[in-house]
Ligand binder design. Structure first.
Ligand code: UD1
Length: 339
């Protein structure tokens, strides 16, 4: 019998790509989303790619009764929890909103999961932000976490700990946290991708919106960092590769392959790229000139961070495969698709 994966936040950027890859791998997917940060563009794109309609339950994970009801309605074998607020700056201005939304929704999910007699497999969408600023690069899963620099980052650390402690305390709950580096890209079909509301905070949507003329000029935040070209270094991971890591992690849980009841994996390429290198690669692969300028450093940015993905390579049998050129061609195709 087919196994069913619940994807909370499944109408968003990462959730929609994960839904496609899970479906391609033979899982049934139930999407749950409160649509607070997206419309149905990506959901419709997913259905088009797959050639069928998937269940979309419009609900809020902060509503405990709704979570219970969801688990009564569907027979769920594993959950991937994306539903969360994610804007770093907004979290500094509205910390309580972030703590309430990101923590309550996850606690509600785990409360429901622990009541089930069959237990539950829970995959939490974490971030490399938990490592903060570190001199020891690349980072491994055992690299110490640094105090979070924003309420958003803090909710990622706290949810990791909530999952770790719940797995220890409640029989039948198993957990994996995936720590993403910088997810970028769009589906090769150009039917799903990133749809930021308002002015994008992240680099790649800002680049594509500048290229298409929605923004006048990209500001490169800082060119005096102690890096080869003075701009920050990051580990940009293609969204389809990232989505496939989720399929491997879900299979590991459902097939009983976990070595511990709570596991953590870095999801990155292992290769750092500077902001300048990314901009230049985008121009080259899409054969265009981008309007950009150097601007002061952005507060809260770390100089450099990239993954040691060895553990995920070995244990999940997963490896980043897509070339950065293909990723940057896909984001441009997506921007043109939604223009
Ligand atoms: C941020 C979050 C991270 C989250 C990720 C999602 C922190 C500190 N960062 O990472 O948790 O997982 O987004 O993608 O919590 N840049 C520019 N101009 C711009 C925008 C960005 O030069 O207009 C530069 C930044 O200074 C940085 C790089 O591009 O060096 C990447 O920035 P961004 O895409 O915002 O990601 P991060 O800050 O690394």
């Amino acid at each position: 019998m087919k196994q069913t994966v619940l994807v909370s936040g499944g109408a968003g950027f990462i959730g929609s790509h994960v839904t496609v890859e899970l479906s391609n791998a033979g899982y049934d997917v139930v999407i749950a989303d409160n649509m607070s940060n997206c419309d149905e563009t990506n959901y419709n794109g997913v259905c088009k790619i797959l050639g069928r309609k998937l269940p979309l339950v419009k609900m809020d994970f902060c509503d405990a009764e709704a979570v219970d009801k969801l688990f009564e309605t569907y027979s769920i074998d594993a959950v991937i929890h994306f539903a969360a607020f994610k804007a770093v700056g907004e979290s500094v201005a509205e910390p309580l909103m972030y703590y309430r939304n990101n923590l309550v929704s996850f606690i509600n999910l785990l409360e429901t999961a622990r009541k089930r007699k069959d237990g539950c497999n829970v995959l939490f969408s974490s971030s490399a932000t938990v490592y903060g600023e570190t001199d020891k690069l690349p980072v491994t899963e055992t690299s110490p976490r640094q105090p979070a620099t924003s309420p958003y980052g803090n909710t990622k650390q706290m949810c990791e700990d909530i999952l770790r402690d719940s797995v220890k305390a409640y029989e039948g709950i198993k957990g994996i946290a995936l720590r993403y580096f910088n997810p970028i890209g769009a589906h090769p079909s150009a039917l799903i991708g990133e749809l930021p509301r308002g002015v994008p905070n992240n680099l790649v949507p800002f680049i594509t919106q500048t290229a298409i003329g929605k923004r006048a000029c990209l500001s490169i935040f800082g060119n005096d960092y102690p890096t080869p070209d003075g701009t920050c270094l990051r580990d940009y991971i293609d969204i389809v590769d990232l989505a496939k890591a989720h399929v491997c992690a879900v299979a590991r849980m459902l097939d009983g392959k976990m070595k511990e009841e709570y596991e953590i994996f870095n999801v990155g390429t292992g290769t750092p790229l500077s902001v300048m290198e990314l901009v230049t690669a985008f121009e080259k692969v899409n054969n265009l000139k981008l309007n950009y300028k150097f601007a002061p450093r952005r507060s809260g940015d770390v100089v450099a961070i990239w993954a040691d993905p060895t553990l995920a390579n070995k244990e999940l049998g997963w490896k980043a495969e897509r070339k950065i050129e293909d990723t940057l061609a896909a984001v441009w195709a997506w921007e043109k698709h939604i223009a």
